[in-house]
Design a protein around this ligand. Sequence first.
Ligand SMILES: Nc1ncnc2c1ncn2[C@@H]1O[C@H](COP(=O)(O)OP(=O)(O)OP(=O)(O)O)[C@@H](O)[C@H]1O
Ligand SMILES: [Mg+2]
Length: 299
Amino acid sequence: MSDAAGSVVIAEKVYREYAAQGDAEEVKALRNVSFRIPKGGRVAIKGESGSGKSTLLNLLGGLDLPSRGSIVVNGQDLTNLSERELARFRATTVGFVFQAFNLVPTLTARENVELPMEAVNTGAAEAKDRALALLEAVGMEERAAHRPNRMSGGEQQRVAIARALANRPALVLADEPTGNLDTKSRRAVMRLLTEVNEKEGTTLVVVTHNSYTAGYCDTTLRIHRGRIIGQVTNRRTSETTPDPEEEDDAAADAADAEEESTGSGRDERAPTSKGPGTGRKPTAGARKTDDDDDDDDDS
Ligand SMILES: Nc1ncnc2c1ncn2[C@@H]1O[C@H](COP(=O)(O)OP(=O)(O)OP(=O)(O)O)[C@@H](O)[C@H]1O
Ligand SMILES: [Mg+2]
């Protein structure tokens, strides 16, 4: 159930204060935050480090409760739910991509993706098929049997995205889902998230510092010191415009094509090894490091 206007998320006058502890003063992480997101909406949240983005996402995902104000998701007022109801809400309604991935280290990529499906009693065969399909969609099918400690940060991130989609959640909350990715993987991840958004009507909230990632969304909320200070319409420009940083990856694509056509390795040409999985650049120096910083380039 959602409200008359069809909003999947309604945040009203939300405050979150973290109490003072010892010498640490009270932190007002969110102040008077109100907004609505319609079903199927795609919202990017931008703001400097410490501005309250993860705090807000945690509240929308029922991982934390506001100090004051209300948050209604899919017709459920999260401040009125019991612990048990909140746990159910998190398992069935929300797909969370954490800033720190939070994969289970003892499980393989496939088992990590299957885990949320176990919580809602999906049959083992169906869970396995879906996990493998999702891993394929994020370019991680070859790493299905690997544990997180044998994956790069970007690979763990892609597994975390597959896991978030496992139960076909109504709301996907992604905290910097492209922060560790090169342009090719970034495009693959955003295409997957937006495809799910289009096909299944999933509502998408993405915290990002990257303007191109934000350009897949229809709205950008700007947050500064715990307040929303701006709301911009994007018109999903990144769906039709090439990523300006993608040119950097042209050499990697050319090397991939050559390897495919000759069946040869690339070691003589690229002294630093190509990472496993898809979309990696051949040289460590060319590897993307600049898309997860505070480099808002549209301001
Ligand atoms: N558990 C906590 N206890 C006390 N203060 C906290 C806690 N979690 C976050 N904060 C503070 O709340 C503010 C908002 O933190 P938050 O993690 O939401 O920022 P953010 O916008 O996600 O930053 P980043 O871009 O660095 O991830 C910060 O000042 C932070 O220090
Ligand atoms: Mg954060």
